[in-house]
Design a protein around this ligand. Sequence first.
Ligand code: PHE
Length: 459
Amino acid sequence: MTERTSIHGQWSSRLAFILAATGSAVGLGNIWKFPYIAGENGGGAFVLVYLLCVFFIGIPIMMAEVLIGRRGRQSPINTMRALAHEEHQHGIWQLIGWAGMVAGLLIISFYSVIAGWAVAYVFRTASGAFTGVTADGAASIFGGLVSDPERLLAWHTMFMAMTVVVVSRGVRSGLEKMVTVLMPILFLLLLLLVGYAMNSGKFMEGLEFLFAPDFSAITAGGILTAMGHAFFTLSLGMGAIMVYGSYLPKNVSITKVVVVVAIMDTVVALLAGMAIFPLVFANGLEPGAGPGLIFKTLPLAFGHMAGGTLFGTLFFILLTFAAWTSSISLIEPAVAWLVENRGIDRAKASTAVGGVAWLLGIVTIMSFNSWAFEFTFAGEAKSSGLFDVLDILTANIMLPLGGLAMAIFAGWYMSERSTMDELNLGDGLIYRGWRFLVRFIAPLAVVIVFLQLLGVIKV
Ligand code: PHE
């Protein structure tokens, strides 16, 4: 095979890829979503299932996704088409790319609305609104925000515009540097919050909630949510990591970078949990408060610690940045495809994709007020209507199915020679272990979770 290159350029180094992929992985999923879904699903057992999924399903599938991307060197749709052809397989495999593009659009539509909450909180915190705030006060400030569609629309519009601007300029210029500085600061601030939580009086209770598994607290839906979250938090199954992989220089070890990214992503999520749950218990709050959880608890910490206004403002700025570096990867597959197949420039392509996603975002905006409704999904109570539907459809169904298809393609339909060449590990234990996981364990695990959800099997 002659060496392919991407028309969209390449990461400047291994570190650049690690930063970009970590930027994609670390986002609202870690800091906003993980704590609230862990809280809704009873903590420990949920966290354990999530961790097992990250290691046995997430890491091998992430390696598969990166290797497919790097071998194809195009947008996910064209990469899948090219590789299917090259491996003498059916063209239907490009469906992975199409489904991923749709999943990305659906996810960014709600992701941008939630990121808008973070932006709103930058200004809220900076204005000193949380100084000395009570739990009820924090809850009512949050309630005031989400019950006002016009404000939500304004912040959503702003965040979507930010995303479009970066993607227009190409994900590699500017972005690389931004992430280098911001990620370490976010990490430090999380440590500060964990430090604060240690003195909240309920630190041990928080840790116990998070790490002591109580299997009676988890439902079939909870197990699915834990697995879906492993995909969501690692940005897997929709082509974001594939398209980033397509910009990866050939000499970089995929195994090493993937392990680093997965570890960083997991550490950030666990730190967020360790910061939030002690506060939840110290203030007599509900762990299962839903999507508003961090917005109701963190202001309590910032409102009572020395320098809280400054640290709080900084925290929400960084949360916005973390969301930003994820949102760009959500639309990059669609943008790269438009550039490749429609011959339009990046700026127009990003605007078009951002525009569609912006419009779809209105569904999420209304889910928290006028259109709100409650329903139960596989034993889990949901109260934010169509937002919850979108979340379940994408994170819990589309991403795992996309990841499953990628694992099967890399494990069963690509030749051993191709994957061995791309992973460049030789024919040793690590390569054999990866291949075993990607052919048997990861697909089986995904299928078992779906079957137990459908009630076909009982685990
Ligand atoms: N991983 C991101 C987060 O945890 C969300 C995301 C999902 C980004 C899928 C890209 C693709 O916030």
